[in-house]
Design a protein around this ligand. Structure first.
Ligand code: PEP
Ligand code: MN
Length: 283
């Protein structure tokens, strides 16, 4: 790996922490889980997601308000109205918010209502966006480009760090291949490699990798087993009615079951998963 100055690991035990809120960190002993719908659809939807997932528990909530859609005729996201929904959710629930930023012009308003700015796969090499995010003080979730090499991926992170922001979490979300049975191919080799090459936390998105809800739990377990620091998973109160990525959306109940099923895998690799709150444990 040429020309990496800031993202490289100096020693095997060199692992950076990225702080999402006072209590939520990526890269520590505890696995960090982000859950929520592909797209923010309504306040009611996000209230249901937040209240259920808070008890699961997940550590952060996700949802796109600016959506990178393949077709210009597909729903493009609620935009500013979606950010207002997040502002309300943040006030009512103790959950940090993760949402995608597609353009430099969106940074300021998104940063006012979200705790972590996601760079989507399609923007991984939007170098001007990376530079601008490097000038913010917000944690960045950098997703791997759908056909990006590991070298291109870590160089994209280097752009953000070299512009002043060291709070970067890498996300493997699957890469394009010849087989369309799964939406993408989850590259777990990249997860292991990234943990060796860089000191940055690495999380896995099994939802966009699999594209099919029935494959998400096994891939999530495999990700934790091979050293991922966390997961980002799509789920929805009524998965079939999701305005985008319905086929890969888990129900909230399946999401909660998945979080609990990670416990023994995490323990086997010396990690922990937060325990459910008491009400849920009793229910
Ligand atoms: C998303 O997280 O909703 C998304 C669009 O992901 P990706 O950029 O990995 O396709
Ligand atoms: Mn999606």
């Amino acid at each position: 790996m040429n020309n990496l100055k800031l993202v490289s690991k100096s020693l095997p035990e060199h692992n950076s922490l990225v702080q999402l809120s006072e209590t939520v960190t990526f890269g520590g002993q505890e696995i960090t889980i982000i859950g929520g719908p592909c797209t923010v659809e309504s306040l009611e939807q996000m209230e249901t997601v937040a209240s259920k997932l808070q008890a699961a528990p997940v550590q952060a909530i996700r949802g796109g308000v600016y959506k990178p859609r393949t077709s210009p005729y597909s729903f493009q996201g609620l935009g500013e109205a979606g950010l207002e929904i997040f502002a309300t959710i943040k006030q009512r629930y103790n959950l940090p918010v993760v949402t995608e930023v597609m353009a430099i012009a969106q940074i300021e308003s998104i940063a006012a209502s979200a705790d972590m700015l996601q760079v989507g796969s399609r923007n991984m090499q939007n170098f001007d966006l990376l530079k601008a995010l490097g000038e913010t003080d917000k944690p960045i979730l950098l997703k791997r480009g759908l056909a990006a090499t590991i070298e291109e991926f870590v160089n994209a992170a280097e752009y953000i760090l070299s512009h002043g922001n060291s709070q970067v979490v890498l996300c493997e979300r699957g890469i394009r291949s010849f087989d369309n049975y799964t939406r993408n191919v989850l590259d777990l080799g990249a997860v292991a490699a990234l943990k060796q090459i860089t000191h940055l936390p690495v999380i896995v998105d099994p939802s966009h990798a699999a594209g099919k809800r029935e494959l998400i739990a096994p891939l999530a377990k495999a990700a934790i087993a091979c050293g991922a620091d966390g997961l980002i998973i799509e789920c929805h109160p009524e998965p079939e009615k999701s305005v985008s990525d319905a086929r890969q959306a888990l129900s909230l109940e399946a999401m909660i079951r998945l979080v609990h099923s990670l416990q023994p895998i995490a323990a086997a690799v010396g990690r922990t998963v937060a325990l459910p709150t008491r009400e849920l444990a009793v229910a």
